[in-house]
Design a protein around this ligand. Structure first.
Ligand SMILES: C[S@@+](CC[C@H](N)C(=O)[O-])C[C@H]1O[C@@H](n2cnc3c(N)ncnc32)[C@H](O)[C@@H]1O
Length: 278
């Protein structure tokens, strides 16, 4: 496979994390059998392979890097057998149909740059996305300052909104995000939007070693969500894993399925720092 490119945020997800995410969603009631699964930033396609192994009828991957084509050819389940991979910028409004996928899963780039930051594209994005703006209102006539803000916005914030938008109502989302998005006061408006818009079932702090193979020890979390507004009194499970091994994830899966102790009310943000790790 081509070397991972840091400027595209190419930190590929280890299989124990992918398997855990899929099995945890199944434990929450999600059904992969016959489903249509999308990874909007699919890299070599690990999440798509895992979905096909669990009976998904269609697995669709998008990546902006043509170098990924070689990796897809090497993966036994990709392409073919219900799998389609597309070279495109998944953040561009109109690139993919909204609300069309039973599952939207993956690990979008973080610390990456917008692929296309020409003014005309930024204007389309300003009119499309809510989360770049603290008031949550899209900008149909963005100012120069608005365009500048958008040019510097963390792409993971746009991908978070995009994952939710692409998932069908009642569908399921598993997404890896940097912990900062879930804990920094700067992004509290995004967390409020998320907690209103979807049912966040669990936030799992991932081991720092998870992406060490790609020379980053960023703190990351896995969010497991359902695209429906939360029921009154819904509680979010917060947990953590310190070792990127199947056994550690199996233990956590069992603990989640047993149901843990309720230790408090759901926080206004998702992760009241410091995040408690098991
Ligand atoms: C963090 S990697 C994750 C890959 C895979 N989902 C995984 O978990 O192993 C993010 C991928 O997104 C791709 N990417 C970056 N910006 C993108 C964009 N705007 N649209 C589609 N793909 C993008 C990168 O090339 C990279 O392969």
């Amino acid at each position: 496979m081509a070397d991972a490119r840091a400027e595209l945020g190419q930190y590929f997800t280890p299989r124990p994390i992918v398997d855990f995410a899929m099995d945890a969603l199944s434990g929450l009631g999600a059904r992969f059998d016959g489903a249509c699964v999308l990874d909007p930033a699919c890299g070599p396609g690990e999440w798509l392979c895992a979905a096909l192994e669990r009976g998904a009828a269609q697995a669709i991957g998008v990546d902006c890097d043509p170098a990924m084509i070689a990796a897809w050819r090497e993966a036994p389940a990709l392409p073919g057998g219900g799998c389609h991979v597309i070279i495109a910028d998944a953040l561009l409004p109109g690139a993919l149909p909204a609300g069309a996928f039973d599952f939207v899963v993956g690990n979008p780039p973080f610390g990456a740059e917008l692929r296309d930051s020409r003014e005309a594209t930024l204007r389309r994005m300003a009119a499309h996305y809510h989360l770049p703006w603290r008031d949550g209102r899209q900008r149909s006539s963005p100012s120069g300052g608005d365009l500048e803000r958008l040019r510097r916005i963390p792409t993971e914030l746009l991908f978070l909104e995009r994952f939710v938008e692409l998932c069908r109502p009642g569908g399921w989302i598993a997404v890896v995000l940097p912990e900062g998005l879930l804990a920094n006061s700067r992004w509290s408006h995004a967390r409020r939007w998320l907690l209103r818009t979807v049912t966040v079932h669990a936030v799992i702090a991932l081991p720092r070693e998870a992406f060490r193979a790609h020379a980053t020890s960023a703190s990351t979390c896995l969010l497991l969500m359902e695209r429906r507004p939360p029921a009154a009194g819904h509680l979010v499970a917060l947990a953590g894993v310190t070792e990127c091994a199947s056994a550690a994830f199996a233990e956590l899966l069992a603990a989640l399925q047993r149901g843990g102790d309720v230790v408090g009310e759901p926080p206004d943000g998702l992760l009241p720092p410091p995040l408690f790790r098991t």
